[in-house]
Design a protein around this ligand. Structure first.
Ligand code: AHG
Length: 335
């Protein structure tokens, strides 16, 4: 049985690029370390009441931080104290990107992240996750600092997530396949458990918040009705699976196949999810796993971002399913 830690895997991948400086590898290793720390804290979340940690101070007299703030601070501290790779970072928890150019001269990477997506589910023991997107600093000095964070998804050099669930997993791509690592809590190491993940070309599950159905446009409504029709020759109806925690919904569909939709609707005309640190990294992963990601009309990875926190409709998953959903949304199919 082969047994490979994430550090070993990242180094092996780096060796296939003789020009690599090790900076990206160092950054990925730092993110994995942050994931272990965040995962440890997420796993203790249920004990907060039992241990009397619900006030503003814990038993050590330290201020208790909300888990999403704790996750943000952990990532910022580890990444900015790492090996000097980072020029700038953007987080769901900060209004503006944070430039590190004065503290880390020469940093050449930019990271955008959602430190703890789905955190409103934590009290119910639902899986949550950290999502990250890594870009290169533009070599062009004329690009403003804020524009550095706002690059198209196609420019990502690596992307991934850490899911805190029944086990903690780190899933990433640096352009050479999608690989998953499961945390062995005894060893404290992420071990390669899912090498070269490929998502099925067609799934049997759809994931969407059906409570919003009265607010959907006709294309989405017709597509979801179509998936529920009885047609055994066409492998319908599909099964509904919706957790309401993006990383958990995405991870399940990545492994088993299927489609996740958070479309635009009357309340969320731009969709709900964020382009730069939710849709783009998951789109890079799904494309490298053989699937697709669209806003219904455009490839997610080719959308020009206007703002760090820009929202986007997201239709993501198995190739067959995303292509069909987009045809419904574009009015090319109206059954
Ligand atoms: P939050 O971090 O506030 O819990 O938001 C979760 C996000 C995302 O993880 C999930 O896919 C989506 O919101 C669910 O939204 P709905 O509750 O509107 O379905």
């Amino acid at each position: 049985m082969s047994f490979k830690t994430i550090d070993r895997h990242i180094i092996d991948m780096e060796r296939t690029h003789p020009e690599a400086t090790g900076e990206l590898s160092g950054l990925l290793t730092d993110i994995a370390l942050a994931g272990k720390i965040i995962g440890h804290e997420v796993n203790r979340a249920g004990l907060v009441d039992v241990l009397g940690l619900t006030g503003t101070e814990n038993v050590h007299g330290e201020a208790v931080k909300k888990l999403d703030i704790f996750s943000h601070d952990t990532l910022v501290n580890i990444i900015s104290g790492g090996r000097g790779e980072i020029y700038m970072l953007g987080s769901e928890e900060m209004e503006h990107p944070l430039s590190l150019k004065d503290t880390i001269p020469g940093g050449k990477y930019i990271i955008n992240f959602d430190p703890l997506d789905g955190s409103s589910n934590i009290d119910a023991n639902v899986s949550v996750g950290t999502i990250f997107s890594i870009l290169r600093k533009y070599p062009n000095a004329n690009v403003s600092e804020t524009d550095m964070c706002r690059q198209r998804g196609i420019q990502q050099v690596a992307a991934g997530y850490i899911i805190y669930g029944s086990s903690t997993m780190f899933v990433y791509t640096a352009g050479q396949g999608v690989h998953g690592f499961t945390l062995d809590p005894g060893l404290g190491e992420f071990i390669l458990s899912h090498e070269h993940i490929q998502t099925p070309k067609r799934g049997k599950m759809y994931s969407i918040n059906e409570g919003n159905s009265n607010k959907w446009n006709d294309g989405v409504r017709r597509y979801i009705s179509y998936l529920k029709e009885d047609n055994s020759a066409d492998k319908r109806p599909y099964s509904a699976r919706y957790i309401g925690s993006l990383v958990a919904d995405f991870h399940r569909n990545l492994l088993y196949g299927g489609i996740f939709l958070y479309p635009e609707d009357k309340t969320n005309p731009e969709g709900k999810l964020r382009l730069l640190y939710e849709a783009n990294p998951l789109a890079m992963l799904i494309e490298h796993a053989g699937g697709l990601a669209s806003d219904g009309h455009r490839r997610i990875l080719e959308i020009d971002p206007a703002d760090l926190h820009q929202r986007v409709p997201l239709i993501i998953g198995s190739q067959y399913d995303v292509e069909l959903a987009c045809k419904f949304i574009q009015g090319k199919i109206s059954t």
